[in-house]
Design a protein around this ligand. Sequence first.
Ligand code: GDP
Length: 198
Amino acid sequence: MIIKTAQFLTSSAIVEQCPKRKLPEFAFIGRSNVGKSSLINLLTNHNKLAKISGTPGKTQTINHFVINDAWFLVDLPGYGFAKLSKKARVDLENMIHSYVLKRENLACLFVLIDSRHKPQAIDIDFIRWLGEHEIPFALIMTKTDKIKKQELIENIEAFQNKMFEEWEELPVFFYSSAVSKQGREEILDYIESIYNIL
Ligand code: GDP
């Protein structure tokens, strides 16, 4: 898919404030610092569409971008901030959960996983919750340029094995790097393929 236009539309604090216009929507989520902003900028060919923040956890709104005047790209808040108070974390989780459950035009949720780490409970738990609610999702292993190939293969295998403990079939996996631009075409083509069957 060729990105002709990518514009910020609005930030919403709750799902009810999200745009009334119901374009097919593709959302991105992951732990804070997973590389979400960098990936969004890579996909849209913009340096600064999503803010690449030095202070993790600052974006706590649902951010809508209009792509090619045809679909919404949504930047969701990161989950799992160690630094937030318990109440702030619960509020954030509620906001994310109600967005995912209530946003009817959500076509696919991309869950970003930092490929440098062994499987983390917080990611596995979130993915399980998506499965329980039959939310369509795909996984993106980020920052693949940051580790050795062998280690990357081991981490991917460990993640997939962990998933096989409770999943019969695995979702689609993508591998991305904001540095080498790995994954850009594949992810955009996947979005296009879903868009075309809607
Ligand atoms: P977010 O908090 O999930 O939006 O993460 P950011 O996109 O702000 O990235 C967090 C940090 O990781 C920043 O210092 C980025 O420059 C860095 N980063 C993000 N993606 C990549 C990547 O693919 N490769 C490398 N080497 N660094 C990355």
